[in-house]
Design a protein. Structure first.
Length: 569
């Protein structure tokens, strides 16, 4: 039997066959899996709880601790001004001279009056001596004796009055020479030479004491409430007996070399500003600070116990506030909201959101998504000088100068134990903002202690002004090197190993605290630097250890935490 199909039937069968083939093909293999997400390289830190310093900073204004108005005490003509306006004057230095002639005449007249009264007194005394025996012999009456005694006493009183008038005249004469009662800086002369000075224009100039200098700043009511609240909750710990230390920051960012103490706090708030005044007294022996100068003040001494601190660059800002990226146990990035607190140098206190032991991502967050796999590496902070705002905390820092193949100034010869003078020995690479550290310290270097391969003839004290080839800073109380310092020392070790100059290693000790403990710590730091150089390939015979030198001057704590390396030859 023959079956005939229409053209439409053939078309339907063809499409059915194609569909069947597609279904079979789909059943024959699985769908291609999506490509795995790329692994992102990041740097991380492990959050740890530690005590961190709290260093608030305030805008302040200087004030002379004693501003004296220089006024004329007598009326007369002003002869001349005897000082340079605006100069620093000493106590007892002559400032103005008035015409002394009228006052000298008064002295002469008072002297003559005293001589006249003294003569009358002598006559009365002699008369009394004659009358007394005659009265005893009944040659004169008792009235004669009483009259003689009265004349004698009147003459004595007149003498005393004449003496006081003479003394007053002499005082008025001395007031014609107007001197400064204190050491300080002088102001301009208000009255010109030749002017008649009286009670209406007695003000002549002003002398302001420069040391100690007062530094005043204000604390808001809200800030005080926050401090009290955090102290009560244990988030903030204040120093014993409120012994805060004040660091002064100049307008150019340098740190004033002397620190101050809080000596006065206003017991009441200012009703107009809602703040109360705090006063700091600071020594100013060189007169660097002047009255009414604007500065910044950092108050040191408070700490946050068991605070969580992460680098500032790890904290991000989003639409819902601050957050950080963390690495979970599966090695994937996760976003976590946080509450932030104070800045501590380059770090940020995390009040809530990060716990001790969490792995926080610092760098490489630009392309991260929640759940992105990451490849973590330890975060290494950039090399910099010690931050003044941290009070010396944080990891050890290193600052090195480029040697450029040339040795620094050679060491001047000095016998063992002999100071080479208090010459500045500041690291050339240290920034000017760390003036409380290297820029303002003065050191005294001594002969070597006979380290490995060292000879007395190869060393001496650092010459005046010799800049170190490198300076390595340590954390307070520690002799451990961080990764940044090791990197600097590795570079220097390569130079020494390739035929570079011999290198002297010198630590420093602060004059505060236990001297023996400070010396021992400085030696351990110098040994740590030497060992790192040897590990980097520097021949031990090319390294010379120095005895620790004392740091001279106030505010020297950052200076005492460093080890300097000098090229000897």
């Amino acid at each position: 039997m023959t079956v005939r199909r229409s053209r439409a039937g053939y078309a339907v069968s063809a499409w059915a066959a194609v569909a069947a083939l597609g279904i079979l093909a789909g059943c024959g293999r699985d769908a291609a899996p999506p490509a795995p997400p790329a692994v992102t390289n990041v740097t991380t830190v492990t959050a740890a709880a530690r005590d961190v310093p709290v260093v608030p900073e305030f805008v302040a204004q200087t004030q002379s601790s004693q501003s004296v108005n220089i006024q004329a005490r007598v009326s007369g003509f002003l002869d001349k001004r005897a000082y340079v306006e605006g100069s620093v004057v000493k106590a007892g230095q002559t400032l103005f001279l008035m015409d002394p002639k009228p006052f000298q005449a008064q002295v002469d007249g008072a002297q003559a009056a005293l001589s006249r009264q003294q003569a009358a007194y002598d006559v009365a005394s002699a008369n009394l001596k004659r009358v007394q025996p005659l009265v005893e012999q009944n040659a004169l009456s008792q009235k004669d004796l009483d009259d003689a005694k009265g004349q004698f006493e009147q003459a004595g009183a007149a003498v005393e009055q004449a003496k006081s008038q003479l003394e007053e005249a002499k005082l008025n004469l001395s007031y014609t020479t107007i001197v400064s009662p204190v050491d300080g800086v002088s102001s301009n002369a208000v009255v010109a030479d030749g002017t008649y000075v009286n009670a209406q224009n007695a003000q002549l100039t002003t002398v302001s004491v420069l040391s100690p200098m007062w530094v005043n700043f204000s604390v808001s009511e809200n800030e005080m409430a926050r401090i009290r609240r955090e102290q009560a909750s244990g988030l903030l710990k204040l120093p014993a007996a409120q012994a805060f230390e004040a660091e002064i920051i100049m307008v150019d960012g340098t740190v004033f070399p002397f620190t101050g103490r809080i000596t006065f706090t206003d017991p009441s708030f200012n009703p107009q500003t809602g703040t109360f005044l705090v006063r700091i007294a600071v020594q100013n022996p060189k007169g660097t600070l002047r009255p009414n100068q604007y500065v910044r003040v950092r108050i040191k001494g408070a700490t946050r116990p068991n605070a969580i601190v992460v680098p500032q660059r790890a904290v991000q800002q989003g639409a819902r506030g601050h957050f950080v990226w963390t690495v979970d146990k599966d090695g994937k990035a996760q976003s976590r909201p946080v509450e932030v607190g104070d800045w501590i140098g380059d770090d940020w206190v995390i009040s809530q959101g990060v716990a001790a032991g969490d792995t926080v991502i610092v760098e490489g967050t630009l392309r991260l998504q929640p759940g992105s796999p990451v490849k973590p590496a330890p975060y290494v902070p950039p090399a910099r000088a010690p931050a003044a705002s941290t009070g010396g905390g944080g990891a050890a820092q290193a600052a090195a100068t480029a040697a450029n193949g040339a040795a620094a100034a050679p060491f001047a010869g000095a016998s063992a134990g002999t100071s080479a003078g208090n010459a500045p020995s500041a690291p050339a690479a240290a920034p000017t903002t760390a003036a409380a550290g290297p820029a303002n310290a003065r050191t005294a270097a001594v002969a070597p202690s006979g380290g490995a391969g060292a000879t007395t003839s190869a060393a001496g004290a650092a010459s005046s002004g010799a800049a170190p080839a490198a300076s390595v800073y340590f954390e307070t109380g520690s002799a451990a090197l961080d990764a940044t310092a090791r990197g600097v020392l590795a570079t220097l070790a390569s130079k020494i190993a390739s035929g570079g100059p011999r290198t002297a290693i010198s630590g420093y000790t602060d004059r505060t605290g236990g001297h023996e403990t400070n010396v021992e710590l400085a030696k351990r730091r110098a040994l740590a630097v030497r060992d790192a150089l040897v590990a980097g390939g520097a021949p031990e015979s090319r390294l010379v250890l120095r005895e620790p030198a004392n740091v001279v001057g106030e505010g020297s704590e950052p200076m005492a935490r460093r080890v300097d390396l000098f090229f000897v030859d």
